[in-house]
Ligand binder design. Structure first.
Ligand SMILES: [Zn+2]
Length: 760
């Protein structure tokens, strides 16, 4: 049939109708011979047929043209199919989207993701996945192409995995570190306390391990002199070496049980170090250490203030401590000059009592001086000694390691991690950029980075349009908000400098690993780190060209208030956050996360920083009042969410995050609408063709927060500054008019209540 030929020509050539009836000369000749033999009626009929055929062909061609200019109606790319099956697997359609959207989107997530005893959310799941990939990279032999830091990371991993070697070394590395910090190998007593000086020991602990005990050290720039000065703040004892659980993790047992578990663990560790000592005596010593810890905690709480650190001289700080209300001969005195001399030994830095220091909560230092004044030296020597010991326990012998494993299993009710998982975590805490380098050289994320940055620009534009439409805000504040939004710097994927030859080596300068010495290697790395920080003292601030606020392999996203920058690490650029096949899904997932980070610049804390990240408010009284009224709406609203009648969400604690969640989602939704205006409608998602793109946007958003958690974990999550995942979904969607319109939720439906809160 002739139409077939014509058909093919249209597709391959231009589609111009002139070419459609382009017949070959040969065929024309045959046609003439054929027509000569026909009657007049036949000829008329033939002419009509030809006309009809031409018309039909033209119609078909124009249909094909129209169709070829529109996207295929359903997206069958691998990403689309994978996302569709993921969403379908997690959804529980027995729930109505207007009654409980979290259940609707995530109801079957727990049964689809069974991992015994592990924290289960998309974030944890993707972190585990990345961790196993890192494990693969670190366990490969080093190659000639590996930069030195990568070689070192692999070597540190190998020594971490070599537990036989660790057991052979026994307690020797731990005793070595204690000795360098000026502490005895076993529990300090009256005798060891004779030569104990708290100022000297704290300085040594800083130099050896970069560990903050009682006093936290950091650096800041004094704007008057433009020089880096020390900042001292109160702190609770915590390890500077990598730990099995993060300090944010919540204990899953009541405080009485926790105390019992801690005491048993401490006595166990001490008994291992001193098998001949009396267990009762060790138990009493352990209890006293915990008492000191709780005193420090209460002193911190008592003196906690929102005030910015006070700039004073070391002499003035010394006076505050010496003049603290105490009588009699002091049992101990903190001597700042002695502390500084030991701290800066060998660094070619000279500090005098007239040099300045930022002091946060000066009252805390007065309280500390009082406690030292009244307390016998060995009590504090034991306190410091214990924190060093317990921070080295996970990196010591099998016997000690299991004691800490047992403690964490009981405290956090979680199963034991494999050695490889632990080692990945430990090595990552030192060499995250070196590991990032290996991934960056394989990943080729350039195009993705550009796309995510462009999405962030869309969301920033959307934020500006939303700000512009706000009724309660005056024009000056609107202008300042837009200025700050536009000034936000963004870091996406991997740092740009990471693959530039020499840069990685420069970052890890002097960071060496000692083969087969896991603990001592980490301690040596800490020593280099602290030396680098101390060397900045008295110097003008250096422009940190490697400034990247995050680990590139973190499954997370960040906003830095002081830098006014957003970081979207490569680690989160994976499904179910990105690469979902359609932009409606990408905007719903990573888009709402980008919006969340952006809105942090304008949350209840972020709003008091300017576009350069300086703590300088650009809000006048009226505007502050108007902001606070709207912020209070969120507090009241989120205060009402609860898991049980007594376990309620704290709307004040979670306020900044809730503001970011609500603003972020709205900004991402409007940004997607604009995307469609520019790029046209997208194809449908297979198996979910009955959903509009707006609906898919909300499904992808909710899906990010799917998790499996027990009531106990839910209750624990109420201590976090983020609302529990379920309420991050429900809380935000209930405030969004456009959500209710998208899903046709009637007024007053659980997901469409009256009294919506809107800030950004
Ligand atoms: Zn946040």
């Amino acid at each position: 049939m002739d139409f077939k030929e014509g058909d093919q020509e249209v597709v391959s050539v231009t589609g111009s109708t002139n070419h459609l009836v382009g017949v070959t000369p040969k065929r024309t000749r045959k046609w003439r011979e054929f027509m000569k033999k026909r009657t007049k009626g036949e000829k008329i009929l033939a002419a009509a047929l030809v006309l009809l055929a031409v018309f039909a062909l033209a119609l078909l061609v124009s249909l094909i043209i129209v169709a070829s200019r529109r996207p295929p109606s359903v997206c069958f790319s691998a990403e689309c199919v994978r996302t569709a099956s993921m969403l379908l697997e997690n959804m529980d359609t027995r729930f109505s989207p207007c009654s409980d959207f979290y259940k609707f989107a995530c109801g079957r997530w727990p049964e689809a993701h069974i991992t015994e005893g592990a924290v289960n959310s998309w974030f944890a799941d993707r972190t585990r996945y990345l961790s196993s990939k890192i494990e693969g990279v670190l366990s490969e032999n080093a190659t000639a192409a590996d930069p030195l830091p990568v070689v070192n990371a692999k070597s540190l991993y190998a020594s971490c995995m070599n537990t036989t070697r660790m057991d052979e070394l026994g307690l020797e590395p731990m005793i070595n570190v204690l000795d360098r910090a000026g502490l005895p190998s076993s529990l300090p007593d009256e005798e060891t306390a004779v030569t104990f000086s708290i100022s000297k020991t704290l300085a040594k602990i800083q130099r050896v391990l970069s560990m903050d005990l009682l006093i936290q050290l950091s650096m800041a720039v004094d704007p008057k002199t433009n020089k880096t000065v020390m900042v001292v703040s109160p702190t609770l004892g915590s390890s500077s070496l990598p730990e099995l659980v993060s300090s944010e993790e919540r204990v899953a047992v009541n405080s009485r049980e926790a105390l019992g578990l801690r005491l048993a663990y401490m006595t166990g560790v001490m008994t291992t170090l001193q098998p001949n000592a009396s267990v009762t005596e060790l138990g009493t010593a352990a209890l006293k250490i915990l008492v000191v810890d709780s005193q420090v905690r209460s002193d911190i709480q008592k003196t906690d203030t929102d005030d910015a650190p006070t700039l004073m001289t070391f002499a003035e700080l010394q006076d505050i401590m010496d003049n603290a209300n105490s009588t009699g001969t002091p049992k101990q005195r903190f001597d700042w000059m002695e502390f500084l001399t030991v701290l800066l030994e060998g660094l070619n830095k000279h500090v005098s009592v007239n040099d300045t220091v930022y002091v946060s909560s000066p009252d805390y230092f007065a309280l500390l001086a009082q406690r030292l004044h009244r307390t016998r030296p060995e009590t504090y020597q034991r306190y410091l000694w214990w924190f060093l010991v317990t921070s080295m326990v996970p990196h010591s012998t099998e016997e000690l390691r299991s004691l800490k494993d047992d403690l964490y299993e009981a405290l956090f009710r979680r199963s034991r991690q494999t050695r490889a998982t632990k080692c990945v975590k430990y090595v990552k805490s030192f060499f995250n950029m070196a590991i990032g380098y290996k991934f960056a050289s394989m990943d080729n994320l350039e195009k993705t980075t550009a796309k995510v940055k462009s999405m962030l620009r869309d969301i920033t534009d959307s934020f500006e349009r939303l700000v512009d439409s706000l009724q309660w805000m005056d024009t000056v504040t609107k202008r300042n908000a837009a200025k700050k939004a536009r000034a936000i710097n963004s870091f996406v994927g991997y740092p740009e400098w990471l693959l530039v030859p020499g840069q990685l080596e420069d970052l890890y300068k002097d960071m060496e690993v000692i083969d087969g010495q896991f603990l001592l290697s980490m301690v040596s790395l800490k020593g280099v780190e602290v030396k680098g920080i101390l060397n900045t003292m008295g110097e003008p601030p250096i422009n940190d060209t490697k400034g990247w606020v995050a680990d590139p392999l973190d499954v997370n996203a960040f906003y830095g208030r002081g830098s006014n920058a957003i970081a979207i690490p490569a680690g989160i650029l994976q499904s179910p956050f990105y690469f979902l096949g359609l932009e409606s899904l990408n905007y719903g997932a990573i888009g709402s996360i980008l919006g969340h980070e952006l809105t942090h610049a304008f949350d209840v804390e972020g709003k008091d920083y300017d576009e350069k990240g300086r703590k300088e408010s650009w809000w006048d009284e009226d505007m502050t009042r108007a902001y606070d009224v709207r912020a209070q709406c969120f507090v009241t609203q989120y205060d009402k969410f609860s898991f049980t009648s007594k376990d309620r969400l704290n709307g004040t604690l979670t306020l900044a995050e809730n503001i970011a969640d609500n603003g972020g989602l709205r900004e991402a939704f409007h940004a997607y609408e604009h995307y469609v205006q520019r790029n046209g409608e997208e194809p449908k998602l297979p198996g979910l063709e009955h959903f509009t793109h707006q609906q898919l946007f909300f499904l992808a958003f909710a899906n990010v927060w799917c998790e499996k958690s027990s009531l106990e974990e839910d209750i624990n999550s109420l201590m976090d500054v983020h609302s529990p995942n379920k309420f991050r979904v429900i809380g935000t969607l209930r405030n969004l008019d456009v959500f209710s319109r998208t899903w046709s939720c009637p007024e007053g439906a659980p997901m469409n209540p009256a009294g919506k809160c809107v800030l950004w």
